[in-house]
Ligand binder design. Sequence first.
Ligand SMILES: [Zn+2]
Length: 77
Amino acid sequence: MSGNFIDLNKIALHEIGHHLGIPDDYGRWGSVMHTDFKPYYDKLGNYIRPILGPDDIENAQRLYGVRNVVGEPFRKS
Ligand SMILES: [Zn+2]
């Protein structure tokens, strides 16, 4: 696929990031907070769904903390 398309999934993730308080990230490719909204395709032309990059996770954890592990193993008393 060619042309000037934008990836609505990327924009949705990006805007959710802003709602969480994460600013634009102009320097790091692979972050959903980068302002590149072009869709990515693999070698066969299949659409690659955007995912959170390590920077995105780190930024969210900096604001909200690291997720607690839920469901500790059952302990017999
Ligand atoms: Zn933005």
